[in-house]
Ligand binder design. Structure first.
Ligand code: BT5
Length: 317
């Protein structure tokens, strides 16, 4: 496990390695022994950093891996991502986030895993999460009325679509939680929330993005971002951008500006204006999606009335 708190030393050594530098000089600059320098260089190499060593000259950083290590992301934010934890392997970042909440994790803590063995979707469904994607969860303690909880998910999806637009990928949002390119799902969001009568105790926003990971053969309507763009995507830049945009949108929600998130969401929605079939348990509703209400519920005009729908699986006709 790597966290921002623990990465100060790593950042220092990486900055020293920008130009050729001898082991002796590194040791002096960092106040550590030569053996310790060797150990740290070896550790960085194992983490995927390419470090050249020339006899009589020293070491130099040649390339960095595109791995979302906390010290590489360092988002410029007020709340989200002030504390980031990276794991090579976790069962589920949402599950781990829940444990961290119980231990009093700070608001805005982000948990990232290179690979999840039990990544989950809604209603106990499986989320395939092999290496090469972005699988992460954000812990929030929003001072929002519980009925506004769904807007957090909207704020996160808007932030993701905006970040994708910045790198030239045109995606849209299928209510409630899918991000699609064309008809292919490239991202899913799982929000888990615990609330009492008038207060949200915590919310965990879990985001799964197929970047350049392999796709499980059983997935017919899924794709990866990399398939839609020629240049290599940087997972580090992408997650940084998402955290920064989400931080801004989160502030807006906390300030009570629900409307701008709702409007933005509608402008990116692939659902509004479409004829739909929605299933939730045994209930099935057919109609046209005509908008969202002030809490992010989907408004569907059926034959007899307008339905306000909180959750469900949508088939767009
Ligand atoms: C979702 O559920 O779309 C929410 C997915 C959230 C995943 C993130 S990863 C980080 C965090 N930690 C977790 O454990 N979870 C969150 P849902 O709408 O129920 O969609 C699930 C369905 O999507 C599955 O039944 C599959 O059909 C499909 N699916 C599974 N893996 C996929 C993938 N990698 N890409 C696209 N579709 C996938």
């Amino acid at each position: 496990m790597l966290s921002l708190e623990h990465s100060k030393e790593m950042e220092k050594i990486l900055s020293l390695l920008k130009n050729y530098i001898s082991g002796k000089k590194i040791a002096k600059e960092m106040g550590i022994s030569r053996t310790s320098v060797c150990r740290k260089i070896e550790k960085l190499r194992n983490m995927g950093y390419e470090i050249e060593s020339k006899k009589g000259v020293g070491y130099k950083l040649i390339s960095k891996p595109d791995i979302p290590y906390p010290h590489e992301i360092k988002p410029k934010t007020k709340i989200i991502g002030k504390n980031i934890f990276y794991f090579k392997n976790l069962s589920s970042t949402n599950e781990f986030a829940r444990k961290m909440v119980q231990k009093g994790a700070k608001e805005g803590t982000v948990i990232i895993a290179e690979e999840q063995t039990e990544g989950r979707g809604r209603k106990g469904r499986k989320w395939f999460s092999p290496p090469g994607g972005l699988w992460f969860s954000i812990i929030l303690y929003p001072s929002l009325p519980p009925e506004k909880g769904g807007l957090l998910m909207m704020a996160s999806s808007v932030s993701i679509v905006d970040s994708l637009a910045d790198i030239g990928i045109n995606a849209g949002i299928k209510w409630p939680n899918d991000i699609l390119i064309g008809k292919k799902k490239v991202c899913g969001i799982l929000m888990e929330m615990e609330a009492s009568l008038n207060k949200i105790n915590f919310a965990i926003v879990g985001i799964g993005i197929n970047v350049y990971n392999k796709l499980h053969p059983s997935l017919e309507n899924a794709s990866t971002l990399q398939k839609f763009i020629n240049k290599k995507i940087s997972r580090i830049s992408l997650i940084k951008s998402i955290l920064e945009k989400f931080d801004e949108n989160y502030q807006k929600l906390l300030e009570g500006d629900y409307e701008s998130i709702g409007k933005k969401w509608i402008s990116l929605s692939l659902t509004i204006g479409k004829e739909l079939e929605i299933k939730e348990g045994n209930i099935e509703i057919k109609g046209k999606a005509i908008g969202i209400d002030e809490n992010g519920f989907l408004l569907v005009k059926g034959r007899e009335k307008i339905h306000r729908i909180m959750s469900g699986d949508v088939i767009i006709k």
